[in-house]
Design a binder for this molecule. Structure first.
Ligand SMILES: Cc1cc2nc3c(=O)[nH]c(=O)nc-3n(C[C@H](O)[C@H](O)[C@H](O)COP(=O)(O)O)c2cc1C
Length: 321
């Protein structure tokens, strides 16, 4: 990976330096090569690759995507060729990328995470590892790793022991107290946190009287989840001192700014790439204009600047309308 001189925009996740604070979300950007005809990949911070598992997975029954107001439901089911095929045929494509390449690891046991992390991170083409912990644990009745502080800690410790490269842990918004999970991930050795993955959802076809997704339920992404994601970043930023990659419905520079001001040091763009692959480069250019117009020396001058705290318990009467 080459680093470009863009001091205004530079950011760091663990020991991974990014020329631009924009990543492309896992599962939304292929390996990057599909977008190369439309986008100068040197102008994006990095690509997070589709999550890979120990064994090949065919994914869920179709339909796997449903459009919803302001967003999209997906239930791909982690379709991927498995780590053996991936290492043999896919990873070498990433050697010449002009941006960071972050491998994404998924699994169904603590051992899966350790095994896949170790094998993927051993490759020079991979600059860092993101751990997608929104998967069910077969050893505890399918409880999602990301929804339990103890399981989160176990997975992160195992992945941490498997690599010295930057370890990003991707949190789920489908929890009551995301700050508690974030603290566990930090204590277990995460270098950065990706906040957040998709929000659980469902859509029903009222003509067929049946769920629209083959898998019945799925993960909601896009602008519909942005306020949920901004709140999650805000809460996590107050709970940990490692950097945060904010994501969830970012389509414009003003969306991105919300995440920086809430406490993110970088952002990730997923679903927006499906509507217009030029969005990430536009956001970078407009972010640069925004910083210059305000005579700010770095994107870090924005991070967490909307942190006004929460009201004290005596004053707080809940958020319900
Ligand atoms: C079609 C699709 C596939 C996805 N696949 C993965 C995946 O394999 N691993 C993962 O960690 N996140 C996956 N995600 C989640 C995104 O990376 C991102 O965190 C989420 O969609 C929120 O950001 P967005 O609103 O910008 O898309 C997927 C999202 C979509 C829409």
């Amino acid at each position: 990976m080459k680093h470009l001189a863009a001091p205004l925009m530079r950011t760091k996740l663990g020991n991974l330096e990014l020329a631009y604070p924009t990543l492309m979300g896992s599962g939304c950007y292929g390996s990057g090569e599909e977008y190369a005809p439309f986008v100068d990949l040197a102008k994006i911070g990095g690509v997070v690759l589709k999550s890979v598992t120990r064994h090949p997975r065919l994914g869920n029954p179709t339909p796997r995507l449903v459009q919803t107001p302001g967003g999209m439901l997906n239930a791909i089911g982690l379709q991927n060729p498995g780590i053996d095929f991936y290492l043999e045929h896919e990873v070498r494509k990433f050697a010449e990328r002009p941006c960071a390449v972050i491998g994404s690891v998924a699994g169904f046991s603590v051992d899966d995470y350790a095994y896949v992390t170790e094998r993927l991170a051993a490759r020079d083409e991979i600059d860092a590892i993101e751990v997608n912990i929104s998967c069910p644990n077969v050893a505890s009745e399918g409880e999602t790793f990301a929804c339990d502080p103890g399981l989160t800690a176990q997975v992160v410790r195992a992945a941490r022991a498997a690599t010295a490269k930057t370890l990003i842990v991707k949190l789920s918004p489908n929890v009551t107290d995301i700050a508690a999970i974030a603290r566990e991930a930090e204590a277990a050795g995460a270098d950065a946190l990706a906040v957040v993955n998709t929000v659980r959802g469902m859509s029903i076809d009222v003509d067929r009287w049946a769920p629209r997704l083959g898998n019945v339920t799925g993960g909601l992404s896009g602008p519909a989840i942005r306020p949920i994601a901004v709140l999650a970043v805000y809460e996590v930023a107050r709970a940990v001192s490692i950097p945060i990659v904010g994501q969830g419905g970012i389509e414009t520079v003003r969306d991105a700014l919300e995440f920086f001001l809430a406490g993110a040091s970088a952002i990730s763009i997923g679903t927006a790439n499906f509507t217009d692959p030029r969005i990430p480069v536009r956001i970078v250019s407009e972010l640069e204009d925004y910083l210059r117009a305000r005579a700010l020396g770095s994107v870090h001058d924005l991070v967490g600047k909307a942190n006004v705290g929460f009201r004290s318990p005596g004053e707080y009467e809940g958020d319900a309308g």
